[in-house]
Design a protein around this ligand. Structure first.
Ligand SMILES: NC(=O)c1ccc[n+]([C@@H]2O[C@H](COP(=O)([O-])OP(=O)(O)OC[C@H]3O[C@@H](n4cnc5c(N)ncnc54)[C@H](OP(=O)(O)O)[C@@H]3O)[C@@H](O)[C@H]2O)c1
Length: 253
């Protein structure tokens, strides 16, 4: 039976990913902070257990590694680094923005997946062929106002993932990157876009991202943009940077 660790599985994309892999017969270890949500999901799925913890805690990587050793017999086919969050704020906002906000968002969206990957990489080597999927964002290719901390974390995650993809191929660990566009979830409700007929179509679902995670992990794709049409955004950013800057700059509410 194939095994996976899925972070951020208490809601949204991570929950949809857990449901999809469980339906395909994988044995899962699910991570997030909300124990009630995580345990309810785990008990509704076959061969799934929950490990409620804060991934930014100092001892989190070691605790996940111990749980993989105990509950998955040390065998790991897939690590999905999906947990993440955002707090929109102007950098110059002395209450919500500034370095404190950048540090907090970098901790959960960049440092936590890097630290967890470091702790689990020896197990992924031993289980090779195996894979890692890092969930970045289209905001990891094109930035917009009030999202500087989030964009910085997702740009960093995308860059690090590209390097790791090349480094780990020789060890039999495939490293894939998923770049979702707007997806309606608890953490990212996309209320404004969903409220208008003209923009509703740009909002995707967690189930679509879960399928993209399958393609970028066991499917062996180095990079998956979801929904597919969003691939044009970073391309346009390179070809027509002024146009994209004006468009993204308008999305400041
Ligand atoms: N939705 C979008 O439009 C969109 C677009 C591009 C990329 N993404 C990325 O997709 C990923 C999933 O987001 P989502 O849209 O599914 O949002 P979500 O429903 O808010 O899910 C975020 C998940 O991360 C977990 N999490 C957050 N901080 C954590 C921490 N310190 N330790 C452990 N778990 C933590 C949350 O669980 P707890 O609160 O229980 O800890 C939750 O399970 C994120 O990395 C996000 O940046 C989302």
């Amino acid at each position: 039976m194939r095994t996976a660790v899925v972070t951020g599985a208490s809601s949204g994309i991570g929950e949809a990913t857990a449901r999809l892999f469980a339906a395909e017969g994988w044995r899962l270890l699910l991570i997030a902070r909300r124990a009630d949500r995580l345990e309810a999901l785990a008990s509704s799925l076959a061969d799934t257990s929950a490990l409620p913890l804060d991934l930014t805690a100092e001892d989190a990587p070691a605790r996940v590694r111990s749980a993989v050793e105990e509950r998955l017999d040390g065998h790991l086919d897939l690590l999905v680094n999906n947990a993440g969050g955002s707090r929109r704020a102007l950098f110059g906002d002395t209450e919500k923005g500034g370095y404190a906000n950048v540090r907090e968002i970098m901790d959960v969206n960049f440092d936590a997946p890097v630290r967890l990957t470091e702790a689990l990489l020896p197990l992924l080597h031993d289980s090779a062929p195996s894979s890692i999927v890092n969930v970045s964002s289209v905001a990891g290719r094109v930035a917009r106002p009030k999202s500087g901390a989030y964009c910085a974390s997702k740009f960093a995650l995308a860059g690090w993932t590209e390097a790791l993809h090349e480094e780990e191929a020789r060890n039999g660990v495939h490293v894939g990157l998923v770049l979702p566009g707007f997806v309606a979830t608890e953490g990212f409700p996309q209320e404004e876009l969903r409220a208008k007929l003209a923009t509703r179509w740009v909002v995707s679902s967690p189930d679509k991202v879960a399928k993209a995670i399958v393609r970028a992990g066991p499917g062996g794709r180095p990079e998956v943009v979801v929904p597919r049409g969003y691939w044009a955004v970073p391309v346009l950013r390179t070809l027509a940077p002024g146009f994209v800057r004006r468009a993204a700059g308008g999305m400041s509410s």
